[in-house]
Design a protein. Structure first.
Length: 374
């Protein structure tokens, strides 16, 4: 029996919960020539949503949807390699467009290797001059622009370009992208302030060129229906109370909710009680303890203390509030501010907005649940 609760990748509509509004919004943007910036904290479902949107678009009309993950890129040369490799994957050499692409590629003097495991092509370049990089990107995108088909490109983890030594990457990309009429873009990432700055700062090249969509938590009702339905269709019964427990305990943070559901499903129990769910949650924490201790070794005592304080609070709205500082015996205000900044930078915590205001929470929901108890 296939476990319907995926904890990696995207496998189609059946295994994807909600995101109807966001999907429609992005598709509408694409159809109206508006590029989209997709923002959220980590592990909420940006990458999944991109693939979901791709699926829907391709169902509507013939389209080529190209996904480019910039997470591991460290410079402009890496970005160009990613772009070239993803183009080659999407235009097989057997077809005429693929043959044309190969002609373009040859002019760029690539080294083409095949991944030993997947057999997929990996393109590498050894550009040193900016003019070479510019020229190669121009050639690749003008090849794409001339294809007689609807094309969408998603740059995931786009904030990574901030790390490149080539500080004019944005300007280079913007110059190339702006005149394209046949290609729509989705820019996605988790570092809100970095991405917002790219697109909302009037001094930067991408200013006001996209519409931002903020991806939040999946609404409780939608998620609980989804969970219920997947258990039911696999002939398992789970009480509403148990589902509520899962959603609260995993804080509706998509990845963590999926992990818990996946675990509960895998127990092989037909009639699932809340006590089964609680045991499964505890078991997850026990298994992860080694990692939690590693975190502790990597952090200073001050950072660890503040992390514990945040875990116990769940959400911290005002980091300098007297009650918060006193309840958890934290240090001076300046050291607290510094520690929050370093925990944010290490991606141990995130900052998110809600109606009540902006708050800080621990990224790893399991670590948070574990810290609450120690
Ligand atoms: N709508 C959804 N329904 C069910 N599962 C989902 C949904 N969206 C995402 N997931 C699952 O949640 C996990 C996290 O999703 P995803 O990788 O898309 O998040 P992300 O926001 O791109 O994270 P990161 O910022 O770390 O790249 C994955 O295991 C994915 O399978
Ligand atoms: Mg992602």
């Amino acid at each position: 029996m296939k476990n319907p609760f995926l904890i990696s990748g995207y496998q189609g509509y059946n295994y994807f919960c909600d995101r109807e509004e966001e999907t429609e919004h992005i598709i509408k943007n694409l159809e109206n020539g508006i590029n989209t910036t997709l923002l959220s904290i980590r592990r909420i479902g940006k990458t999944g949503l991109i693939h979901h949107v791709f699926n829907k678009i391709q169902e509507k009309r013939p389209s080529i949807c190209i996904y480019i993950d910039l997470y591991a890129t460290q410079n402009l040369n890496d970005l160009i390699e990613k772009v070239a490799t993803s183009f080659v994957k999407n235009f097989p050499e057997k077809q005429s467009a693929g043959k044309k692409l190969m002609q373009v590629m040859k002019g760029l003097r690539p080294v083409i290797q095949f991944d030993g495991l997947s057999g997929e092509p990996q393109i590498s370049f050894d550009f040193t001059l900016e003019s070479q990089m510019n020229h190669s990107l121009q050639s690749l995108f003008s090849f794409l622009e001339n294809q007689n088909i609807n094309i969408v490109i998603a740059f995931d983890e786009f904030q990574q370009i901030n790390e490149y030594p080539e500080k004019n990457t944005e300007a280079i990309l913007r110059t190339i992208i702006q005149p394209l009429t046949n290609i729509q873009f989705i820019f996605s990432g988790s570092s809100k302030h970095l991405l917002m700055d790219i697109f909302n700062n009037s001094k930067r090249p991408f200013f006001a060129s996209t519409q931002a969509i903020q991806l939040g938590f999946i609404p409780t009702e939608k998620y609980s229906d989804y969970i219920q339905q997947h258990f039911e269709s696999n002939k398992k019964t789970i009480s509403a109370e148990s589902i509520q427990f899962i959603l609260t305990w995993s804080k509706r943070h998509t990845y963590y909710t999926q992990v818990v559901c996946n675990r509960v499903f895998s127990l092989g129990i037909k009639l699932i009680t809340i006590s089964d769910v609680q045991k499964a949650c505890n078991q997850i924490l026990v298994e992860q303890e080694v990692i939690f201790y590693q975190y502790r070794n990597l952090l200073t005592a001050g950072q660890w203390n503040i992390l514990k304080a945040i875990a116990k609070e769940g959400k911290v709205y005002h980091i300098l509030e007297k009650k918060f500082i006193q309840n958890h015996s934290l240090g001076t205000t300046s050291s607290i501010q510094r520690t929050f900044a370093s925990l944010l930078q290490k991606e141990m915590i995130y900052e998110e907005q809600e109606e009540k205001g902006s708050y800080y929470s621990i990224y790893d929901c399991f670590l948070s649940r574990w810290l609450e108890k120690i």
